[in-house]
Design a protein around this ligand. Structure first.
Ligand code: GFB
Length: 353
């Protein structure tokens, strides 16, 4: 069955910044934005990068998530469906205008396809742009200043059925008002089943899920923490106005001592029943060191192989307690997913010492 046309128009965008955690933050913002403007949100594929491959790879939104639950909040459809069913009529090639805040790449246009992942993203759907539109003065914060009315006055849907954004129409990290939208973002059955299959291999009893973000890119990023008191996802623990302090090196890249102490405390609090620790990491899983440190507590420390970021997140989401990295948007995904379900979480190095 073909999709019916939404007279209120559509929002398209490229999740062109960062990897999964960044894109997920942006997704929640874009969802809130589309709801504010009352336009259907076209669900973009996730942009992924494979080692040794120069062009980004686009992975369908529904490869990981269910589409239906999002509809409880707002009208959405996948980009593939939009391009197949609707674009030929409401967004023909000669009408494809790219939206951006200001001109990009020292030019007079949005250059929406300039660079990676920009070009490969739109190429996936055979989209070329014939012009640019700058929306200087408008913001994505539809929760204040009648911003949605301003957008709709500037771009009425009958004249502008499609707003196609060069980057996500959202802030990073996710705006506080949009965090709760995570409740509509559910893993699909395939992802849940992979997570549950792994959990079934763990020793019987509660397990603690931990995220160790410690790859070289992260080590480098954390060097800037002194000058960025609310770096990346840090508002999730420090507060959006740094109510709970400024980011420290140990919050960004916790020491082994911090990790072990926190883990022991959480295991004790979970009760003698805590049977295992599931480690998700992009680099150093610390399996041997954690195993030896937790020996007396009779806790098994495990990882999942092969490593898969989405399955790791789905497992972290289902753990009895989650300990994450406050600064990482990857950790932030698990934290939000758990928050909306009332599951407990904590962060390395927080509260600040
Ligand atoms: O998700 P993400 O935007 O979070 O990027 P941050 C980190 C990526 O590293 C993930 C991999 O999307 C995964 O591909 N990764 C991290 C992991 N932790 C794990 C894990 O536990 N398991 C697996 N399988 N993979 C930001 C970037 O990362 O870091 C920024 O998005 C920038 O662009 C900054 O590069 C330094 O917020 O942690």
């Amino acid at each position: 069955q073909k999709e019916k046309i939404d007279e209120n128009g559509y929002i398209l965008y490229c999740p062109c910044m960062g990897r999964f955690g960044n894109q997920a933050d942006h997704f929640l913002g874009a969802l809130g934005f589309a709801k504010g403007l009352n336009r259907t949100l076209v669900l973009p594929p996730w942009v992924e990068y494979k080692p040794g491959v120069t062009r980004s790879i686009q992975v369908g939104f529904d490869t990981y998530f269910k589409v239906e639950p999002l509809k409880k909040f707002h009208r959405v459809m996948t980009m593939q469906r939009f391009m197949d069913d609707l674009a030929p009529t409401i967004w023909p090639p000669e009408n494809r205008i790219a939206f951006c805040y200001v001109p990009r790449h020292n030019s007079d246009g949005c250059n929406a396809k300039e660079g990676n992942p920009f070009g490969p993203f739109w190429d996936t759907f055979g989209v070329d742009f014939v012009g640019s539109e700058f929306y200087r003065g408008l913001t994505y914060d539809v929760h204040h200043h009648n911003m949605a009315d301003k957008w709709n006055a500037a771009y009425p849907p009958h004249k502008w059925p499609v707003l196609a954004f060069t980057g996500a129409p959202a802030s990073f990290p996710v705006q506080e008002n949009n965090r709760g939208l995570h409740r509509y973002l559910e893993w699909n059955e395939a992802m849940l089943s992979e997570a549950k299959t792994f959990i079934a291999t763990l020793p019987r009893g509660p397990f603690i899920g931990i995220h160790l973000r410690n790859g070289i890119d992260w080590v480098r990023a954390c060097e800037h923490v002194q000058h960025s008191p609310n770096l990346f996802a840090a508002p999730q623990c420090l507060g959006y106005r740094n109510e709970h302090g400024n980011a420290t090196p140990n919050l960004c890249l916790p020491s082994e001592d911090t990790i072990i102490k926190k883990l022991k405390r959480v295991i004790k609090a979970t009760g003698a029943a805590a049977a295992s620790v599931f480690v998700a990491s992009d680099n150093d899983f610390m399996i041997a060191r954690l195993t030896s440190a937790l020996k007396k507590m009779k806790v098994t420390v495990v990882r999942r192989e092969p490593s898969n970021p989405h399955v790791d997140l789905a497992i972290l989401g289902l753990s009895n307690h989650f300990i994450g990295n406050c600064v990482s948007s990857f950790s932030a995904f698990a934290k939000r997913e758990r928050d909306v379900q009332g599951f407990p979480s904590s962060f390395w190095g927080f509260p600040l010492e």
